[in-house]
Design a protein around this ligand. Structure first.
Ligand code: BGC
Length: 375
């Protein structure tokens, strides 16, 4: 495949030049797939760590995971070189990017898989070269991965479901119909969020219609919500479960397009994206889940550097076990936190995830912020 060869060439060129290279996606034509290296030219023999992230439509990867991971690696191993790729939601592209990283001498792979099952073949190739693999945020299934760093993802779904159920009950709508917009069926996390949410909502509300959203695409979520409104009618549902802030944004856009005020239909989200937090402040989105990505990225960076240097797991790290269908993977699972309008200040702002200045960037947001003590 020519795209793969080109990718290797660019990867090699980037290594030589020590620069970041952005490529046009080979199949979709959108210029979001990227690969490259980051940082100053490495000292000879410097550690090479590959960071392979899954997509760009969800804000977290380029704005949080990548810079936070890179900063921690640089702090722990200043001469390390990071081979960075983003697969732009394309599992085949991720396979090529992993091949390129291995060809370019990556000594550790930190892999957030587009497809939790298909990524097992990347692990096989890495293992053939004695390269350890850290499964980052999403679990790679049926493969001998070395570590898994994520959040308690079933708990994410439970927290979303419980917050929505409490709100529905408070609004006097107990037992009524909701819409469910889940994440990508190829993402093991999406299955866990969905299972967690169902464990709370089933039997307590009617699920009028439910979708799995390919690629977690906000645009596809918007189309799904359009279909739900057509099927159930504008007044045929009282709330919408959305698995993350991106899909929630799509669902809210569909409601607005149909003339439904999103303030009248509580929605869930996840990631505490800036746009999500701002919608919550304006009353358009009901809640989100804050996941401290800094802790996640730092943990992955610490493990990657330890594996690359062969120094063993830092003693401060508490590991649990998560079965991936083949082995019990030593895992670090962090704790997700629900956020509503009343807790923006004590969660994401208190933790420095967003500053009030970043959040309050329009007159309407400044006014909404004042009302809840944010200024
Ligand atoms: C992550 C979420 C993210 C979603 C879409 C999930 O695996 O845990 O934080 O919103 O993927 O990229």
């Amino acid at each position: 495949m020519h795209g793969r060869r080109a990718l290797r060439w660019f990867g090699a060129a980037a290594l030589v030049m020590g620069i970041v290279v952005t490529l046009g996606g080979c199949s979709s034509g959108t210029p979001t797939g990227s690969t490259g290296t980051t940082g100053t030219a490495p000292a000879a023999g410097g550690l090479k760590i590959a960071l392979l992230l899954p997509e760009t439509k969800t804000a977290r990867y380029e704005t949080q995971d990548r810079p936070l991971f890179e900063a921690k690696v640089k702090e722990l191993a200043p001469d390390a070189q990071i081979l960075y790729s983003n697969a732009n939601q394309d599992s085949a592209q991720q396979q090529s990017q992993a091949d390129a990283a291995l060809t370019n001498g990556a000594q550790v792979l930190v892999l957030d898989p587009v497809d939790s099952a298909a990524a097992a073949s990347i692990v096989t190739k890495a293992k053939a070269k004695n390269v350890p693999v850290i499964s980052y945020d999403r679990l790679i299934l049926n493969a001998p991965v070395d570590y898994y760093v994520s959040f308690d993802n079933e708990q994410v779904g439970k927290l979303q479901g419980q917050a929505l159920l409490d709100k529905i009950t408070k609004d006097g709508n107990a037992g009524k119909t909701i819409v469910m917009i889940n994440g990508a069926p190829t993402d093991n996390n999406a299955k866990l969020f969905k299972a967690g949410a169902h464990s709370i909502l089933d039997g307590k509300v009617k699920i009028g219609v439910e979708y799995d959203t390919p690629d977690w695409s906000p645009d596809k979520a918007q189309t799904e919500m359009d279909q739900a409104i057509t099927k159930l009618g504008k007044t045929g549902f009282v709330a919408v479960y959305c698995a993350n802030d991106g899909t929630c944004g799509g669902a809210i856009a569909a409601m607005k397009g149909a003339g439904i005020d999103p303030k009248t239909r509580p929605t869930t989200g996840q990631d505490a994206e800036l746009a999500g937090i701002q919608r919550i402040l304006l009353g358009e989105q009901f809640m989100t889940i804050y996941k401290a990505i800094k802790a996640e990225a730092n943990t992955a960076a610490e493990l990657a550097v330890a594996l690359g240097k062969g120094t063993g797991v830092p003693s401060s790290m508490t590991l649990s076990k998560v079965n991936n269908g083949q082995i019990d993977v030593p895992s670090v699972l962090l704790t997700p936190v629900p956020v509503t309008i009343d807790t923006i200040k004590t969660t994401v702002v208190a933790d420095g995830f967003w500053t009030t200045q970043q959040i309050l960037n329009t007159p309407a947001l400044i006014a909404a912020g004042k009302a809840v003590g944010l200024q």
